[in-house]
Design a protein around this ligand. Sequence first.
Ligand code: PRP
Length: 214
Amino acid sequence: MQPVITFALAKGRLAEQAFTLLENLGIDCTEPRNPGRQLVLWDRANNIRFILVKPSDVPTYVDHGVADFGVVGKDTLLEAGRPLYEVLDLTFGRCRLCIAGYADQKNQQATRATFRVATKYPSVARAYYDQKGQTIEIIELHGSIELGPVIGLSDVILDIVESGSTLKANGLTVLEEVAECSARLVVNRVSMKTKRDRVREIIDGLAAQVQTLT
Ligand code: PRP
């Protein structure tokens, strides 16, 4: 009997694209594609279990070993800072983590005692400005981050930029690029050893799939 393999997937677009890759490996994703209110979904024939969770919770489930694999954005991994094996760039869900604000923002900096950064990535922001030797105040938000500079809550934001249309619609622009991001396959450190053959087989299968995408 093959060991149960559990996937923690970030709900939404990333999960949808992950299902397509997994289906190409012969994994049945009918249940997780149509979860209703059910939280644990199965492909019983292949002994594969899925949990669909908030993106920021994916690294937590994998780090604690209740999920063997996770599919989540690099932005979320950077913020979580957990000791997971990041084994594959799945190449979809591409975006950039950027500092953004008004184009003439440099001229506005002098108006405030502390430089304020609104973000849902406080750890990334702290590390980025520490490395630059710049003192900042972080204002943590959980959505609509672009409002920060627009409404005068912050000088800049640190957020993901995909198409750039949200920035543009609000008169903001990219000032600095912090990191290139995309969906990543992560593995629990213990599963990598205790379920080695099965884990390897899935990683190799997905790696071959990704080759066809690029
Ligand atoms: C994300 C992000 C930006 C936007 C970027 O927000 O926080 O606001 O997408 O995408 P774009 O460059 O294609 O416009 P999301 O839509 O996830 O909603 P949120 O503001 O509630 O976090």
